[in-house]
Design a protein around this ligand. Structure first.
Ligand code: ADP
Length: 537
């Protein structure tokens, strides 16, 4: 039809240009391995990201070539986030916590050509370099000379010649890729288009999602190799927020120091990180002076309600969100709608503890085993299916996995949910983690979150174990707080008021730690191996 709008591509290059032109003096702060703070501005970032793009092109990077990163969260990783796509390349973030064999598989499956690697991670790279074909560019984070045989990142940037000119990119070209961390099987590659990341950035900064603005000082605890640090480096750059990066120092004490010192207003990470931080704050309630109302996006696994309440007492605000590598990752975010503001406190917390409402342009539905949509009645469980402009349409070079999508074009998440009439999605479990007891489903997530509300419990994970009569029953694996005591009987009584009797675990195991995945989630597959044949009395 005549008289419509320009055909203007949604690409990351616009975000890079805009940030350099509008936010030059805004800070980018990074903690280095020796704990000192490295300070840059958007002006530095703008210059250096384009120098990286230029240098990559001079080094032979061609349109669509994959450039891997093996890096902590810091200024140079941000430069790669924009410099690689600006060159027409594809940023492929590698999970540095994976086993070298898995990294070799992922690098070769993706066909990576270049690698940007932190000098402190060279020992990891050296375990796999002979099995891959990469040109490695080393970031001298420690300031020590880069060993012979590798390109020095600073020299590489300094070698960029002439004015950089952006290639003309179409919005559906690839800008990035990421492999799922493989909590539930072989790593699968997801390719992000420029358009998907740009639209995802718009959705993430909205007042009713993460509300990121120029006034924020944003610190992603979530690694930049875990689903694009949930898109924060892109969304924060789009709005010109100051960015603070923790480098390799992710223990509660170091993070709290950095929140305080850099006046952080927005941060994000998986629940295990926040459980540690909350415990540290509770032990030393007056040790840190944080910005009142600091927002903490929590996702990747369920945020226990007790944790949301616990942080409220410190005037720190948890925003519970759900997402997946396949959804770029933001899918749903939980905020109380204004017309629910009058709810009694307990109910309001229960709403905030759900995974929340779908972001605009994310469609959700819950589907039963027969493929029929279940009602939004807060009770009926079904598999969550989603679709939208930043939801993957396939896995990279894995045509055998297309049955993760339905015939009518929805992505099967593998998460089992209920949906409230108001649209709040509540994750009950992963399909593989559900406890199937006597033909009924028990949510392991619900039980473990309730257990973590007990004052003696530091962490709890519930797994299904085989049962002669009921097929499966829940086993609660519990880590107690230092010096605290609780018996199985006490914990059962604690749960009793909140659950149907047949949901209550009769089996409890007390352990000193729960195995974690590379992304910091409970690794339930390992727990199941740890308790292969539970002896029922
Ligand atoms: P992996 O599959 O390796 O864990 P992802 O990081 O992509 O990789 O994980 C996505 C999954 O994490 C979701 O399918 C869901 O099971 C879980 N998840 C993410 N956010 C939440 C949340 N807020 N509550 C419960 N589970 C979550």
């Amino acid at each position: 039809m005549n008289g419509t709008m320009m055909d203007y591509p949604l690409t990351l290059n616009h975000i890079l240009e805009r940030s350099g032109k509008l936010y030059g003096p805004v800070e980018i702060v990074s903690r280095l391995p020796d704990k000192s703070l490295h300070r840059h501005t958007y002006a530095d970032f703008y210059r250096r990201a384009r120098a990286l793009a230029q240098a990559l092109q001079q080094a032979g990077l061609e349109r669509g070539d994959r450039v891997a990163t093996l890096m902590w969260n810091h200024y140079a990783h941000l430069e790669a986030y924009f410099g690689v796509p600006a060159a027409g390349g594809v940023l492929h973030t590698l999970n540095l916590r994976l086993h070298p064999d898995d990294l070799v598989y992922i690098i070769n499956h993706a066909g990576d050509r270049f690698l940007i690697v932190d000098d402190v991670l060279l020992p990891l790279y050296q375990k796999l370099q002979d099995r891959t074909h990469l040109r490695a560019i080393v970031v001298p984070l420690t300031g020590r000379p880069v060993p012979p045989g590798y390109l020095d990142y600073e020299a590489f940037l300094a070698g960029a010649q002439g004015d950089f000119r952006y290639p003309e990119l179409a919005e559906d070209e690839a800008a990035g890729m990421c492999y799922t961390s493989g909590t539930t099987g072989k790593p699968k590659g997801v390719v992000y288009s420029h358009r998907a990341i740009v639209l995802h950035s718009f959705a993430s900064v909205m007042a009713d999602t993460l509300a990121i603005s120029q006034r924020d000082r944003a610190l992603p605890v979530v690694p930049m190799f875990h689903a694009n640090a949930w898109g924060l480096p892109f969304s924060a750059t789009m709005v010109g927020a100051a960015q603070v990066f923790p480098g390799p120092h992710l223990d509660p004490q170091s993070l709290l120091d950095l929140f305080q010192r850099e006046r952080v207003t927005f941060t994000a990470g998986v629940p295990t990180v926040w459980l540690g931080i909350l415990e540290t704050l509770q032990k030393q309630p007056h040790a840190w002076d944080l910005v009142p109302g600091m927002r903490m996006a929590v996702g990747g696994a369920a945020a226990p309600e007790s944790m949301i309440r616990g942080f409220d007492r410190f005037n720190l605000r948890v925003i519970h969100a759900w997402g997946m590598t396949e959804t770029t990752p933001l899918g749903t975010v939980s905020h109380l709608k204004s017309y629910l503001a009058g709810l009694p406190e307990d109910e309001a917390y229960a709403v905030r503890a759900t995974q929340g409402l779908p972001a605009p342009f994310v469609e959700v539905r819950a589907v039963d085993d027969a493929g029929a949509e279940v009602p939004w009645d807060a009770r009926t469980m079904g598999e969550l299916q989603v679709r939208g402009p930043w939801v993957a349409a396939e896995y990279y070079r894995q045509p055998d996995l297309l049955d993760n999508w339905t015939a009518d074009g929805w992505f099967r998440t593998g998460d089992v949910v209920t949906i409230k009439p108001e649209g709040y999605v509540k994750i009950m479990d992963r399909t593989k983690d559900l406890v199937k007891s006597g033909g009924e489903w028990i949510s392991s997530v619900d039980l473990e979150n309730a257990l973590m509300g007990h004052p003696a419990v530091r962490e709890a994970a519930v797994i299904a174990v085989p049962h002669p009569r009921w097929q499966e029953r829940p086993l609660a694996v519990v880590v107690l707080r230092e010096g605290a005591r609780a018996t199985a009987e006490e914990l059962r009584e604690f749960l009793a008021p909140s659950f149907a009797r047949w949901w209550l675990p009769e089996a409890f195991a007390f352990v000193t730690e729960i195995p974690r995945t590379s992304a910091g989630k409970f690794r339930k597959s390992a727990l199941r191996e740890q308790f292969p044949d539970w002896q029922w009395e």
